[in-house]
Each structure stands twice: as structure tokens, then as C-alpha cells.
Design a protein around this ligand. Structure first.
Ligand code: HGY
Ligand code: MN
Ligand code: MN
Length: 428
């Protein structure tokens, strides 16, 4: 077994939690902000101090490279992300990234040379909350290109993507540039479950079977602004009234009617935003998810029809754009067996499960076998500053990653071609 240094891992988690740390104990370290750049810089400094090579690619994915015996072999990639939600937790992303770095340091401490190089990766903008869509880094890596329309994207705080990306790359001049995308043997990621299943089952490790589908809709509905006091009901073309009527039907139907469906309105704004003027225009985001692609299509159609009907009723015009479509995926069986075996080597219980959250592994899975190791988080709470992971689970997740890394980095049999299975039985 490869021993890890739990104290060092905890110290790292503390140090990174302080970057963008909030008064409530969470983090606000959104993608491509100064906080994100500081976290990348700290990791690069720690890596250089251990003699690892540091690289970055044109979408600012960060790589920490430890040579294996045969450098010509595609490396094993392990990692996660460091960007966070605006009111996020200190473990979402950071736990996987720092567990991966701990494995690299432990290999170095033990003087263990793996057949393949092992590379820690920090994916750019996994969350997608400042710049939509999410998983920009892993998506661009798997596709080998940065979509042109991303360059002019504006952040929720008004910043322009191209400028923030260039600032981020320039902030780490010692990280040599590598082209976007390179051959990868396999990918492993530790992450908190961000849901209640493991804690409820009393099992410390989840072997992720796949990720459900996610779709983000951008809704703009236009009516007519008018005086709040003088405009009677029959004169009103109120977009907020239309949208809230549609929302009431959607909230009362989508999730109550299907326990596996997810429907979330995360952001809403009204213009001109005056207390005594009927809104002219309302914008909102809608996040829908489901393990079954057919059901995800049905939910999207239902959302569109409900909003369209209410807009017609209230004399408003509506535009609904699909800002992010992330089809469900299934992870490679052989790599899941490697993770299950690693858990048994560590003498910890594991169970197969589906991921309700999306992750970079979904995109990496399109070019190489990808696998995820989940650990429980208290009350299943995440995307919340109270996010918390028990100490023993932090250690178990890293130890399973360490053993799985030894197995995968020394496994010479190429995994069967990884096909992203689009329909997976949900195990919520
Ligand atoms: O939204 C998600 O599923 C991921 O946690 N960013
Ligand atoms: Mn995450
Ligand atoms: Mn997240």
C-alpha cells in the first residue's frame, strides 16, 4: 500500500480554504478570478518545490507532472478543480485536487516509480457559475479546441472571458504551455458526493457508475414596462407575472411527479428593477437534470411549453436558449473495478452509485476511461458554506485514490475503448 500523509493533506486543505475564504467558513473562489489565480499559483509553488514539472494549456488547465518509468506511455491523470461557487464549500473540487497532489507527494516520499507518468490536473471553470457553461477546461481538453463563442462571454460580474483567461495564464509564467489535449491512459477523480446517499448508507466510498444528464436554459421574457399605480390588470403585459405563473406549475409538477427529476431556478433578474414600474424584461436560469435522456428531453419540452403558454396569455415574448447540454455518461467497468479493488485493499466498504452532480470526468470520459471516487459530506450538503467532510473520510478517499493510482499507473493492459453509455439505471 502507498502510505499518504494525512496531516500534510489537512494542512493543504486549510491553506487552500483560506484563499477566497468567507466569514462563514466557506469559499468564494470563482473561476478565473484573483482567488482562482492565487490557488493555482500556490499549487504550482508546492509542485515546483517537490521537483515536479508544471504545465498549463490554452484554457489554463494546470498540470503537475511526475515522470514514470516510460515517458512515452500516455500518463494517468488524477485531479479535479479549484474554482468554487460564490457561496461554496471548502471541499468541492479542492478535496480531489489536493488528494491527487498528496498522492504525487506520497509517491515521491516513497521513491516509487510507476510505469506511467502520473499527472495531477486542475481543470478550469468546472462550476460554470461565473462564466457559463461549466467544465470549460475538461470540455476544451477533450475536444482539443476552445469554442470561439466563449471568448466574448461575459461573467456574472461583467468581466470578459478572453481577458480573464489571458490574465490567468499570464499569472503563471513558470508553467510551460502545452497544446490543448494530449493522450491520456485513464483519469481518476476524488470528489465529495454532494448528496446524502453514502452518509445514509453508512458507507465511506462511492464507486461512481456514471453521471446523470444536465441541461441549463437561459430564459428571457419581454413585456411592457408601465406605471405600477395607474396600470390596471387588463392593460398589463407583465413578464414577471407570466414567469411566476409558469414557475408555479413547474415547481408543482416536475419534481413532485418524478423523484429522479431535478428542476432549479438559480438566478432571476428584472429590468428596469424599479419599485414602482412593471418590469419590462425578466431573465432567469433553469437547471434541469435526469439520469434518463428521454425524460430530460420531456422535462425541457414541458418547461418550454409552460413558459411559452404563460407568455402568450400575458402578451409577452419569450426566448429560451440552451446554454449547456451535458448528456449522461457511464464510466468504464474496468476502471470501476480498479477503484473497488483499491477500496478493498484499503479495507474500506464501497458501493456503486450514480452522480447527481456533473464533473469534469464526464468530458474526460469521452477520450479515455474515467473513474470517480466519492466520499460522504455531512447531510449531503454542498454548494453551501457549511459543506463538511469527516476527517476519516478525507483520509479514506485519498488512500483509495493512492491505491487506485498504483494499479492504474502500473496497469499495462489498455482499458477497452471507453464508450460513454447514454442510458444508465439510476441508483439514487
Ligand atoms: O453543478 C454541478 O453539478 C457541479 O457540482 N458543478
Ligand atoms: Mn465539484
Ligand atoms: Mn460544485
Amino acid at each position: 500500500m502507498l502510505a499518504i500523509n494525512a496531516n500534510r493533506l489537512n494542512a493543504r486543505l486549510q491553506a487552500f480554504a483560506a484563499i477566497g475564504g468567507t466569514t462563514k467558513g466557506g469559499v468564494n473562489r470563482q473561476a478565473l478570478t484573483e482567488g482562482d489565480r492565487r490557488a493555482r499559483r500556490l499549487l504550482a509553488e508546492l509542485a515546483t518545490a517537490r521537483g515536479f514539472r508544471v504545465f498549463q494549456d490554452p484554457i489554463a488547465n494546470l498540470f503537475v507532472w511526475r515522470n514514470g518509468r516510460d515517458e512515452t506511455l500516455p500518463p494517468l491523470l488524477i485531479g479535479s478543480h479549484l474554482d468554487s461557487q460564490p457561496a461554496g464549500g471548502r471541499f468541492d473540487g479542492a478535496l480531489g485536487t489536493l488528494s491527487a497532489f498528496e498522492v504525487l507527494e506520497s509517491l515521491e516520499d516513497a521513491g516509487t516509480i510507476t510505469d506511467r507518468s502520473v499527472v495531477v490536473v486542475v481543470w478550469t471553470n468546472e462550476e460554470g457559475c461565473r462564466f457559463s457553461p461549466g467544465c470549460m477546461g475538461s470540455m476544451a481538453f477533450s475536444e482539443g479546441a476552445i469554442p470561439g463563442l466563449w471568448q466574448d462571454k461575459n461573467a456574472t460580474d461583467g468581466a470578459r472571458f478572453a481577458e480573464e483567461l489571458s490574465l490567468t495564464i499570464q499569472s503563471l509564467p513558470e508553467a510551460a504551455m502545452v497544446p490543448l489535449g494530449f493522450p491520456v491512459h485513464a483519469y481518476l477523480e476524488v470528489h465529495i458526493e454532494q448528496g446524502p446517499s453514502l452518509e445514509a448508507a453508512g458507507i465511506p466510498i462511492g464507486v461512481v457508475k456514471g453521471i446523470q444528464g444536465t441541461r441549463w436554459l437561459d430564459v428571457t421574457i419581454k413585456g411592457q414596462t408601465a406605471h405600477a399605480g395607474t396600470t390596471g390588470l387588463s392593460w398589463r403585459r407583465d413578464p414577471l407575472r407570466a414567469l411566476t405563473s409558469a414557475f408555479s406549475n413547474l415547481y408543482n409538477t416536475v419534481m413532485p411527479g418524478d423523484p429522479e427529476a431535478r428542476f432549479t431556478i438559480g438566478r432571476i433578474s428584472a429590468r428596469p428593477g424599479s419599485v414602482n414600474a412593471i418590469p419590462e424584461e425578466v431573465h432567469c436560469t433553469i437547471d434541469i437534470r435526469h439520469p434518463d435522456p428521454g425524460r430530460l428531453d420531456e422535462i425541457e419540452m414541458f418547461v418550454r411549453s409552460q413558459i411559452g403558454e404563460e407568455a402568450d396569455t400575458h402578451g409577452c415574448r419569450v426566448q429560451i436558449l440552451c446554454a449547456f447540454d451535458m448528456p449522461a455518461c457511464g464510466f468504464s467497468e474496468p476502471l470501476r473495478e480498479v477503484i473497488s479493488h483499491a477500496a478493498s485493499v484499503c479495507k474500506v466498504q464501497s458501493m456503486p452509485m450514480l452522480s447527481g452532480a456533473f464533473h469534469d470526468a464526464l468530458f474526460v470520459n469521452r477520450i479515455a476511461p474515467a473513474g470517480m471516487i466519492f466520499v460522504p459530506c455531512r447531510d449531503g450538503l454542498s454548494h453551501n458554506e457549511d459543506e463538511y467532510v469527516e476527517q476519516e473520510h478525507i483520509v479514506m478517499g485519498c488512500e483509495v485514490l493512492a491505491q487506485a493510482t498504483l494499479l492504474a499507473a502500473n496497469c499495462m493492459d489498455p482499458f477497452p475503448d471507453c464508450t460513454a453509455l447514454h442510458t444508465i439505471e439510476p441508483t439514487f
